[in-house]
Design a protein around this ligand. Structure first.
Ligand SMILES: NC(=O)c1ccc[n+]([C@@H]2O[C@H](COP(=O)([O-])OP(=O)(O)OC[C@H]3O[C@@H](n4cnc5c(N)ncnc54)[C@H](OP(=O)(O)O)[C@@H]3O)[C@@H](O)[C@H]2O)c1
Length: 324
């Protein structure tokens, strides 16, 4: 019988119900300290925990990651193992985070939370100053601007995969002007090739990054790209830290040219005292976008579906590496 090792912390009938009845589900405790023979490995979502378990595993030929990003897996398990990611499991929570982050910055919520904590109503006028300084909009607007609008904004979506499409769907009620970028250009809907990125940045009011971290995306948003973004543009990174050049971002934020919302950083975890922590016009969340109460259920559902396809000899939907 095929043995499927999975994190013992997910030992719950509701999470296991989609797996085929004719496989043996083997819970792998975090403190595993004996050799385990399994055929399929569902690693803990936290790489540090998964890496503690890996030396004890034997016989693994298929890895079903619960996460979309699988950067650490190929180098760990080698090329004789097929690896599938958890593509699809994070769509809703990560897309919701992205829309929330856009709204939070445009509604100046980080400032208003500060105001609430100090309990000084008059400080709300700081939002007007923040608006003028970051957007460069010096028109004598009356009443003073306290919040901005997402509706109608020009959004540049860099990455139009599972999560990118969900972000676009969630943005529909805001009637944004959407420009899409992916690896390759295509029609229906119009998607630009990443080679066109620099020519698209100057028009973008919001730039959303939702693409994988890999060799060719490292530093995709560097000093030049940040300079190409218009005054006051908002950069939202829901993808992976290395896609943005951190030093260039710190400079751009301090110069007051742009604002940003990051769920991911480089380095990660962001060390105490790192310059990013104290940048103006920045919202940081510590890599939480995918971690909703629905995550485990969706991710185990995705893994179960992929395992069924594997057993039936059907094409895998989420393969990021096929065993050689
Ligand atoms: N913050 C979080 O908690 C969180 C949660 C989940 C995922 N993520 C991150 O989000 C990423 C995207 O997830 P997904 O499920 O949407 O992945 P996906 O379905 O595989 O889509 C990836 C998209 O990125 C594009 N892409 C790949 N390489 C590119 C390149 N070199 N230049 C430009 N575009 C490129 C792809 O282009 P094509 O369409 O042309 O192939 C595709 O549109 C993941 O890799 C992960 O790092 C973060």
């Amino acid at each position: 019988m095929l043995r499927v090792g999975y994190p013992a912390v997910l030992q719950d009938a509701a999470l296991l119900r989609d797996f085929p009845a004719d496989v043996e589900m083997v819970p792998l405790a975090d403190g595993l300290d004996q050799i385990m023979e399994i055929d399929v490995w569902i690693p803990d979502p936290y790489p540090t925990r998964a890496l503690r378990i890996w030396p004890w595993l034997r016989g693994v030929r298929l890895v079903l990651s619960l996460m979309a990003g699988t950067e650490w897996i190929p180098g760990t398990v080698g090329q004789h193992v097929t690896i599938c990611n958890g593509r699809g499991a994070h769509n809703i929570s990560t897309a919701e985070w992205t829309v929330s982050a856009m709204l939070a910055l445009l509604k100046h919520l980080p400032l208003f939370l500060d105001v609430q904590r100090t309990g000084v109503w008059k400080r709300r006028f700081e939002a007007s100053k923040e608006y003028v300084s970051v957007t460069g909009d010096h028109r004598p607007l009356y009443p003073p601007v306290m919040v901005e609008e997402l509706t109608g904004k020009r959004v540049l979506l860099v990455g139009h995969g599972a999560i990118g499409k969900e972000i676009e769907r969630m943005l529909e009620p805001f009637h944004v002007e959407m420009t899409r970028v992916a690896r390759t250009a295509r029609k229906d809907p119009d998607v630009h090739a990443v080679s066109e990125l620099d020519s698209l940045l100057p028009k973008a009011e919001v730039v959303v990054l939702i693409l994988p971290a890999q060799e060719d995306t490292r530093g995709l948003i560097g000093r030049r790209q940040l300079e190409l973004m218009p005054q006051g543009a908002l950069l939202v990174n829901a993808a992976r830290g290395p896609i943005v050049d951190t030093d260039a971002l710190v400079e751009a934020l301090h110069s007051g040219r742009i604002r940003a919302a990051l769920d991911v950083t480089e380095p990660e975890p962001l060390p105490d005292g790192h310059p990013l922590w104290s940048c103006p016009n920045l919202l940081i969340t510590p890599h939480v976008a995918g971690s909703s109460p629905m995550f485990a259920r969706r991710a185990m559902g995705v893994a179960a579906g992929e395992l069924r396809r594997y057993l039936e000899g059907k094409a895998l939907q989420n393969a990021v590496q096929l065993a050689v």
